[in-house]
Every structure is written in C-alpha cells, then in structure tokens.
Design a protein around this ligand. Structure first.
Ligand code: CUA
Length: 189
C-alpha cells in the first residue's frame, strides 16, 4: 500500500512537469511557424518569388510587351534571348516554343484570365502564372530536344488539354537573325 501511494505521488508531480514541457515546445513551434509566415509575407510580398512585376492582364492584347506579335522567342540587340508566353484558357501562345541550346534564356509569362502554371518536363523550369503579374525565370537548355510543357494549375474544364511544347535546337539551327527582328516560334522559323 505504501509503495502504491508513493508511486501515485510521484506521478502527480511528474504529470504537470511533462505537460508544461509539451505546452512550451508546442508554443515554440507555433511561434516559429507564425514568424515564418510574417517573414515570407514581408520579404516576398507573398507573390511568386521569381519577381514581383505587375501588369494589367485585361489589356495585354492592346499592345505592349505581350501583344501577339511579341509572343515567342526574340533576340535583343545585345544577344539576350527572351521567350514571351501568354497563358489563357486553354492554351499557351505560342503553342510551340523554339529556343537555342546551351544559351541563357529568360522566360517571361503572363496570364490573360485565371491562374495557370507550367513546368517544362525534364528540366527544373516550373512557375505559376498569376494574372496581374509577370512570371520571370532564367534557364539554359544544355541539349537539343523536345520537352512537353503542361499547365499544372487547375484552370477550368479545359485544363488537362492545356499544353505547349518547347523545342530546343542546336545554336546553329536557331534563326538568331530572324528572331532579332520579330518573335519566332516553331512554325515561323
Ligand atoms: Cu491552364 Cu490549367
């Protein structure tokens, strides 16, 4: 009887200690998560982390950087290669993107309607395309080849049919000259 009473007393002392320890560690985890949310909100503005560049998605077709003639791959006077892509329900424009291999590429994408996203299969290219923002990322395709580029954000009934292709061609096959005058895609080159 004596031993049982001692055990009970010990348990009564130990239980509040264990409860306090757990309460403190849970509070610390919650505080850390809240701090992370505050940090990412302030630091990244909770926008796509690639860049925070806004654009009026309702006026894209009326001119400017993402007007129809500018969509595709263009080469600027300093030789920089930029791909401009429009995402809209339920297609990417252009449908087939052509880029030179082993060349730094800047991808710039906008949405004309809802949230889309794309990844270029077999590469680490992956971004969301949020209306109102320009998604920008830099990449380099080491080898010539074909990549599929699916939309990976559910954007409506036609989502699963929203695909584009990326055709990586050897540098000597890429029409740098033509792309320095107007944007090119697989069909135009
Ligand atoms: Cu666009 Cu899913």
């Amino acid at each position: 009887m004596q031993a049982g009473a001692q055990l009970e007393a010990a348990a009564e002392r130990a239980a509040p200690r264990a409860e306090r320890a757990w309460a403190w560690s849970m509070s610390a985890i919650i505080a850390l998560l809240l701090a992370l949310i505050v940090f990412t909100t302030l630091h990244w503005g909770m926008q796509p982390p690639s860049s925070v560049e806004t654009i009026d998605s309702t006026r894209l077709q009326l001119g400017g950087e993402f007007s129809e003639a500018n969509l595709g791959t263009s080469v600027s006077p300093n030789g920089a290669v930029t791909v401009r892509v429009l995402a809209q329900q339920y297609a990417f424009v252009p449908k087939c993107i052509v880029v030179p291999a082993d060349t730094p590429i800047t991808l710039r994408a906008v949405s004309a309607d809802v949230v889309h996203g794309f990844s270029v299969q077999g590469t680490n290219v992956n971004t969301m395309v949020v209306p109102g923002y320009v998604a920008t990322l830099s990449t380099r395709f080491a080898q010539p080849g074909e990549h599929r580029m699916p939309c990976h954000e559910f954007c409506g009934v036609g989502h699963q049919g929203m695909w584009a292709h990326v055709r990586v061609v050897a540098r000597e096959q890429f029409p740098f000259e033509q792309a320095s005058k107007a944007a090119v895609n697989c069909e135009q080159r």
